[in-house]
Design a protein around this ligand. Structure first.
Ligand SMILES: [Zn+2]
Length: 428
């Protein structure tokens, strides 16, 4: 059996292939368990895979010979011989992470222990120029993979996090029609020559928080992404909530100010127009040009056009009253929106992420204070508000679960197992 094909779609259903298909499925199950749970003994693996110890021993020997699995050493004895633990060879396959935002794209490669291979690379490629952007991205990716001395065929899959209205039924992004009217996953798979899976940026952040951040081992968590826009990723019953078409979580476009400013979406007075990073920057530009006193002016040498969100946050951390008030005001509007979420969904945790989360308590405190005002005590007490610990890393890390859950779901026996395992891991 050619195990280099362990994670390729096997469409051949002829009878003579059935035996090897079953073996392949069993091996994929072992792979998925060891990927999700790091290390297991042969006896531990028998129950979830539903095979006898001799069969499991045979499968494990094959997987070791083929390089997929390594022996990790002996554990504590439970009365008899010390059990031997096995784990995945982390370098047998890799995951390519691509986080596309409006202004830049970040890339990195992860091993099967989810560790990045060196520094993340940030490319200054703008999403609006899609055709040039795609060719540029392909070139940079090929170069990056070559530099890491990795054979492209060893990349299990690429995960893409992308902003915009991404329809999960068709995989078409309606906000960026210049990406082509093709399903994005097949378009990118063909372009990169790597199986590629696409997820909405805020949902990728929520997956990053669920697998690696504060949402780990939790069931009902809301992840806010406050940057140039305002998005919401919802973890419900331990899983990412999509909605009927994947358009859920457009939190930034609930109306906050009747007769307010025009939003990018075409509506008036959306939360984004008053509380996002973009809104903060335009408020700072306007007020400072009109004479408001702030150290931001000094930070940009008097050129208000140079004002960017990180500078406002920096000024606030330095105690600048104007910058602090801007962030407070944003927190107040956000709290009005979050109060609705708390009353509707009764979440156990709300994680505040995105660029504005760098303001830390200067943002979290006003949100908490205003929530005291806007929410019913009894309901609010169930919900803790936290600034993300992963910060800007959540989106890129979230591309790992985007790839792995898609890979696991290609084998029907694995998807149930995967859900069960993730659940079991949580209850430990
Ligand atoms: Zn809007």
């Amino acid at each position: 059996m050619d195990l280099s094909k362990l994670f390729e779609n096997n469409q051949d259903h002829s009878r003579k292939k059935n035996g090897s298909n079953r073996k392949m499925i069993l091996k994929k199950q072992i792979f998925s368990i060891l990927y999700l749970e790091s290390s297991k003994t042969i006896a531990d693996l028998c129950h979830p895979v539903n095979v006898s110890i001799p069969t499991m021993t045979r499968l494990m020997h094959e997987l070791i010979n083929e390089g997929w699995i390594v022996e990790l050493g002996a554990g504590e004895s439970r009365g008899g011989r010390k059990p031997v633990f096995y784990g995945l060879n982390p370098f047998i396959r890799y995951i390519l992470g691509i986080e596309i935002s409006r202004k830049y794209t970040r890339i990195n490669i992860f091993d099967l222990h989810n560790r990045p291979l060196g520094e993340t690379v940030q490319l200054d490629i703008e999403l609006k120029n899609a055709p040039e952007m795609l060719q540029g991205l392909k070139k940079e990716l090929d170069l990056f993979i070559k530099k890491k001395k990795i054979d492209k065929s060893k990349i299990l899959g690429a995960g893409i996090s992308i902003p915009g209205l991404l329809d999960k039924k068709t995989n078409i992004n309606y906000s960026f029609p210049n990406l082509g009217n093709l399903p994005l996953d097949s378009m990118f798979s063909e372009l990169f020559e790597i199986p590629t899976f696409v997820e909405h940026d805020t949902k990728a952040i929520a997956l990053g928080e669920l697998w690696f951040g504060l949402a780990k081992n939790r069931s009902n968590v809301l992840c806010l992404n406050i940057g140039s826009g305002i998005g919401l990723g919802m973890i419900m019953k331990g899983e990412l909530y999509q909605g009927v078409s994947g358009f859920s979580g457009e939190f930034g476009h609930i109306q906050m100010v009747p007769n307010g400013e025009l939003c990018d979406c075409g509506k008036i007075g959306c939360l984004e127009t008053v509380a996002s990073g973009t809104a903060l920057v335009s408020k700072a530009k306007k007020n400072i040009s009109e004479g408001t006193n702030s150290i931001i002016k000094k930070l940009v040498d008097g050129d208000t056009e140079k004002i960017k969100l990180p500078l406002i946050i920096q000024a606030a951390h330095q105690g600048d009253q104007f910058a602090i008030e801007l962030i407070e005001e944003s927190g107040g509007y956000l709290a009005q929106g979050i109060a609705i979420l708390i009353h509707l969904l009764n979440p156990e945790m709300i994680i505040i992420g995105g660029d504005l989360a760098d303001a830390e308590n200067l943002l979290a405190d006003p949100i908490q204070q205003k929530l005291n005002k806007y929410t019913i005590n009894r309901i609010r007490q169930d919900t803790v508000i936290h600034i993300s610990e992963l910060k800007g890393l959540a989106g890129l890390l979230g591309t790992i679960p985007v790839v792995m859950t898609n890979i696991f779901s290609q084998t029907p026996n694995i998807i149930n197992l995967n859900h069960k395992l993730v659940h079991d891991t949580r209850s430990n």
